[in-house]
Design a protein around this ligand. Structure first.
Ligand code: MF3
Ligand code: CO
Ligand code: CO
Length: 272
């Protein structure tokens, strides 16, 4: 059943006509590199504030100030009506968690996703944080999700099919008994927030567009402890949760295809 669903989804993603993936110029790459570095610095900056007792809205306020103080804009603010500088997604929230009065508790896991616009260029990254001391099962999910991103990046070579990224991610997640979210994808990024191509995190080998040096896109696997399906919060219209209430984890890098492989432009601190 699940197999049929994701095969349907990914075959449609990759059957899109006129997928035109922009090759970035050296000047654009430098601009996107600087923005990506600031997005990464923002995730580093917020780390000491992610403690039991803090609300996700308080964290978002600090993030917005840091981004603006560094001469950039938070890309999410005003994007399709979204009102905040970050997405903050605890526990069963898969992605697009709207910052609010939720108080983080000891043992929670939480994802923070920041996209900066610096001199018109976009950098997009997210990572997981532990609030206090994590439970063993939560730590296992987080570690495996980080490995999924690394394995996806290892498939990023010029001449390779983009589908190999999703293939490697899904193989690793399934080996650990986890499921891969297919309702949200990675995406081209840099000149706009969301560019072509879509980057599915579950796909068949040797499908999809062929990678070329100068392409820039995100890889941002969302891995669930239980079922893959998500539901959107009816009140805020954004927050996506697992349908079974079980944990979800995510890591994201903005990745540049080079002549010899790839470079994660948001991997500035080497901490994930
Ligand atoms: N940063 C998210 C991504 O990785 C997108 C957030 S869009 C928002 O693509 F509107 F929800 F903020
Ligand atoms: Co993204
Ligand atoms: Co993001």
């Amino acid at each position: 059943m699940i197999n049929a669903v994701w095969q349907f989804i990914q075959s449609h993603l990759f059957r899109k006509n006129n997928v035109s993936i922009k090759i970035k110029t050296p000047e654009q790459i430098e601009g996107i590199r600087a923005s990506s570095k600031l997005a990464a610095a923002t995730l580093k900056y917020i780390e000491p504030f992610v403690k039991p007792g803090v609300t996700t809205l308080e964290l978002d306020t600090l993030i917005e100030k840091f981004v603006r103080d560094n001469g950039a804009l938070p890309a999410t603010k005003g994007y399709k009506g979204y009102k905040h500088a970050s997405c903050i997604s605890p526990n069963d929230v898969v992605c697009h968690g709207v910052p609010n009065a939720t108080v983080l508790q000891d043992g929670d896991i939480v994802n923070i996703d920041v996209t900066t616009i610096l001199n018109g260029f976009y950098g997009d990254t997210c990572k997981m944080y532990y609030v206090g001391t994590p439970r063993d099962y939560a730590q296992k999910l987080v570690d495996t999700t980080k490995e999924c991103l690394r394995l996806g990046m290892a498939e990023c070579n010029p001449g390779a099919h983009l589908g190999n990224v999703g293939y490697a991610i899904a193989e690793h997640a399934h080996k650990h008994g986890y499921s891969v979210v297919y309702e949200f994808c990675g995406h081209g990024v840099g000149i706009k927030f969301h560019e072509e191509p879509d980057v599915p995190h579950i796909a068949d080998k040797n499908t999809g567009p062929v990678l070329k040096a100068g392409m820039i896109f995100t890889i941002e696997p969302m891995i669930n402890a239980g079922k893959a399906r998500c539901k959107i919060d009816r009140k805020d219209g954004w927050t996506a949760r697992t349908i079974d209430g079980r944990l979800s984890a995510q890591f994201e890098h903005t990745v540049l295809i080079t002549e010899t492989g790839c470079e994660a432009l948001t991997d500035v601190y080497g901490d994930f």
